[in-house]
Design a protein around this ligand. Structure first.
Ligand code: KIV
Length: 271
């Protein structure tokens, strides 16, 4: 069972308390009510309706074609299927390109989709957006490191922050985002030592994916851990079906390993 196993609904405050108590929390993506129910029963703390739904549900090559209507539709399905986990929802590509669209779309994800936290990918413009969302009482998760919506600009899905200059920039950005009001930081494909440093320096919870064992929480794409995602599995995700008796058992094994710190090992992280 997860570290927060008393049955109370998980909130941003719960995650902050877990960070303070050095209790690891487990997050996974979901895109429909049936899987949301499985994740709830297996003890997942945070469910993300990720724009990864483009690749794993819609069969497209990147997250770029995903729209606000897609995100709202899948959030509604997930929200109906679960009770305890906190529902975090991705703001899709270009839905937060200006302060006006950002605010209006974040409000739609909350009002129509049932989101409790919205997640957006980091770029220079986002500091003001995060500040504005926070001033309006909208909980925000800022996604740094590898930001898949910028794949064509980055030139591929690569580990970020490997040299001194990019590592310092990531450290600065993370703290600036926290000061601007981000409630949660998410680090994707960042060397584990850097992720550990940022997690220690940040007073808000830090979720890692391909960011090593020292983040406060971990997230993976559900279909990766069930080994049903199209294409090659990413280096940082683990096939939990290999030793499971079924889907709920696989998810429960992931939750247990995150909570007791046995996932991820260095094998699933980057130097
Ligand atoms: O879209 C997604 O599923 C994500 C996670 C991989 C963090 O952003």
């Amino acid at each position: 069972m997860s570290a927060q196993a008393d049955g109370a609904a998980v909130t941003v405050a719960t995650l902050k308390k877990m960070k303070a108590n050095a209790q690891r929390f487990a997050c996974l993506t979901a895109y429909d009510a049936a899987f949301a129910g499985v994740l709830d029963r297996a003890g997942v703390d945070v469910v993300l309706v990720g724009d990864s739904l483009g690749m794993v549900v819609q069969g497209v090559e990147t997250t770029i074609p995903v729209t606000m209507d897609h995100m709202i539709y899948h959030s509604q399905l997930v929200a109906r299927g679960m009770r305890r986990p906190m529902l975090m929802v991705d703001m899709p590509f270009m839905s937060y390109a200006t302060p006006e669209t950002c605010l209006a779309n974040a409000a739609r994800l909350m009002k129509e989709g049932g989101a409790q936290v919205v997640k957006l990918e980091w770029g220079e413009l986002q500091l003001d957006m995060v500040r504005r969302l926070s001033e309006c009482g909208i909980p925000v998760c800022a996604h740094l490191g590898l930001t898949p919506q910028a794949v064509h600009k980055i030139g591929g899905y690569r580990v970020q922050g490997r040299d001194d200059a990019t590592a310092s920039k990531l450290r600065e950005d993370a703290l600036a985002l926290e000061q601007a009001g981000a409630d949660i930081l998410l680090l994707e494909c960042v060397p584990m030592a850097l992720a550990a440093e940022i997690t220690q320096a940040a007073s808000v919870p830090v979720i890692g994916i391909g960011a090593g064992p020292d983040c406060d929480g971990q997230i993976l794409v559900l279909y990766d851990i069930l080994d049903i995602a199209p294409g090659k599995r990413t280096r940082f995700s683990k096939n939990y079906m290999a030793e499971a008796t079924g889907i709920e058992d696989a998810v429960h094994a992931y939750v247990t390993q995150v909570a007791d710190g046995t996932f991820p090992t260095a094998e699933y992280a980057f130097e």
